[in-house]
Design a protein around this ligand. Structure first.
Ligand code: ASP
Length: 331
């Protein structure tokens, strides 16, 4: 029997056409599906639904909720779901869906393209092919398929602006890859989905990401407090350090903790875990109760914090969520 696949389209380059103001989403899902070779459509039983029509720069928490709801509502009707999406924020969407749809029993695979499907050299066809194969594989979870690679959604990072090899699975092996034997699943890299899948789609959008620069003015924290931010992710230096000489960020972390703000610290280095216990400049931050992001990507840290703060007001429960792996985002 052919695998039943739901193809949800949201826009992005894959569906874009040239306009006077630059590339903009133009193709609808049916048009996109018509571009797939007959052989593919004979292989899978594909149902297409347009849910959004956006460049992914305009995909925000409200759209994440729309996408999550469509996946959740259709999860028992299909063997797998493919979501076409712009590449620019796809890693954020893939990450947040991993938390919102924890326990999902089918594959949910995001994909897109660097060149519009309407372009004769588009990579969209190849990416869709990989995504469809993954969606039909029975491997449960949220994934991102690109350039013949499939990665956990919560480990994906967009690392190149134009190359077809645009995404990387950071600090975690690929979930699957395509070679001469077809789609090769790597089960050891796919965490088991346990428990009932519930739609946990509440999010807190008052989460701010700070990329530390040498000499950053600590008063930025006062501003965030005044703006009622509830969570801050700091991309700190190297293995884990923040400045406190002359411009004392540590004192501000103390003020943030007193105000009930959850602070997560990770590294601006893309690869390998951070560990703030190594240096004095990190230990002082830990003393203020900040949570370590360890090997999480920035995309995962930000979306997980938005999700955790959306689930509860209890900072201890938020800490518990942040300190353990929920979807494979932490080793
Ligand atoms: N700007 C596009 C988007 O993210 C880029 C892409 O899809 O590759 O929607």
């Amino acid at each position: 029997m052919r695998a039943r696949i739901l193809l949800l389209t949201t826009g992005g380059t894959i569906a874009s056409l040239p306009t006077e103001e630059g590339l903009a989403p133009g193709l609808d899902g049916e048009e996109l599906a018509r571009m797939l070779p007959q052989g593919i459509l004979e292989h899978y039983d594909v149902t297409v639904r347009d849910i959004l029509h956006l460049d992914s720069s305009n995909i925000q928490p409200e759209e994440w909720q729309t996408i999550a709801r469509h996946v959740f509502d259709n999860r028992t009707e299909y063997d797998g779901i493919v979501i076409t999406h712009g590449t620019d924020t796809m890693a954020y969407t893939a990450s947040v869906l991993s938390f919102m749809l924890r326990g999902i029993a089918i594959p949910v695979v995001l994909t897109g393209a660097q060149l519009p499907m309407a372009h004769p050299l588009s990579d969209g066809m190849e990416n869709l092919r990989t995504a469809l194969a993954m969606a039909a594989s029975g491997a449960a979870g949220v994934f991102l398929a690109f350039d013949r690679k499939v990665m956990l959604g919560c480990r994906a990072v967009k690392i190149r602006t134009t190359d077809f090899d645009a995404f990387e699975s950071v600090n975690w092996p690929l979930a699957a890859s395509v070679d001469g034997k077809g789609l090769q699943l790597h089960p050891e890299a796919i965490p088991r989905q346990t428990g009932e899948c519930a739609l946990r789609d509440r999010l807190c959008d008052k989460v701010f990401l700070i990329k530390l620069t040498p000499g950053l003015d600590p008063e930025i924290f006062d501003m965030l407090l005044q703006m009622h931010y509830r969570g801050i992710v700091i991309e700190a230096f190297g293995a884990g350090g923040l400045h406190f000489v002359r411009r004392d960020l540590i004192a501000k972390l103390q003020a943030a903790a007193r105000a009930g703000i959850t602070v997560v610290v990770c590294s601006q280095c893309l690869y390998e875990p951070s560990d703030f216990s190594v240096y004095e400049v990190g230990q002082k931050a830990l003393e203020q109760g900040v949570i370590q992001g360890r090997d999480m990507t920035t995309e995962a840290a930000v979306t997980k914090l938005m999700w955790a703060l959306g689930q509860t007001d209890d900072t201890e429960i938020v800490r518990d969520y942040m300190e353990r792996s929920l979807a494979g985002e932490m080793a």
